[in-house]
Write a protein that binds this ligand. Structure first.
Ligand code: ZN
Length: 143
C-alpha cells in the first residue's frame, strides 16, 4: 500500500519532469553525442516504466485495490517519454541530414525524393541552415 502510494507520487513528479525537459530542449542547441545519449536514456526510462506498469497491474489484479489512477499516470509517463524520444530522433536526423521514410522507417538522405528501400515518395523538408553551411554557388538561387 505505502509502496504504491510512493509510486503514485513518483509518477506525478516524473510526469512533470518529462514534460519540463521536453519543452526546455526545444530550440536548444545540443551536439549529436548528447542527443544520442539522451535517446538511450529515454529508451531506458521507457523500459523502466513498462516494468513498473507491469508491477502495478499485477498488484491491481491480485488485490482488491483500484489502481486506475496509478496506471493512468504510468501510461501518461510512457507517452511523454515516447514524445520526447520522437523529438530527439528527429533532432538526430536533422544532424545526420537524413529523413525517415513514413512507410518503412528507413533513413534516407534528405535530398532523396524517394525511399531507397521501398520507393515511397518522401516529403521534402525546407533546408534549415545548420552548423555546416554549404558553399555558395553561382547558380545557387536559380529558381
Ligand atoms: Zn521506405
Amino acid at each position: 500500500m505505502s509502496i504504491l502510494e510512493g509510486l503514485l507520487d513518483e509518477f506525478k513528479d516524473k510526469a512533470k519532469n518529462v514534460y519540463g525537459t521536453a519543452s526546455k530542449m526545444t530550440g536548444e542547441v545540443v551536439d549529436m553525442g548528447k542527443v544520442r545519449y539522451q535517446i538511450k536514456q529515454t529508451q531506458w526510462e521507457i523500459d523502466k516504466t513498462y516494468t513498473k506498469l507491469g508491477a502495478i497491474v499485477y498488484e491491481s489484479r491480485k488485490g482488491a485495490e483500484n489502481l486506475e489512477d496509478v496506471i493512468t499516470l504510468a501510461i501518461a509517463e510512457i507517452d511523454a517519454y515516447n514524445e520526447k524520444l520522437e523529438d530527439l530522433e528527429n533532432r538526430l536526423r536533422t544532424y545526420k541530414k537524413v529523413s525517415k521514410c513514413p512507410a518503412c522507417g528507413k533513413e534516407n538522405d534528405v535530398d532523396f525524393s524517394f525511399c531507397a528501400r521501398c520507393g515511397t515518395a518522401l516529403a521534402q523538408k525546407e533546408q534549415e541552415p545548420t552548423q555546416a553551411p554549404r558553399e555558395a554557388t553561382e547558380e545557387g538561387s536559380a529558381q
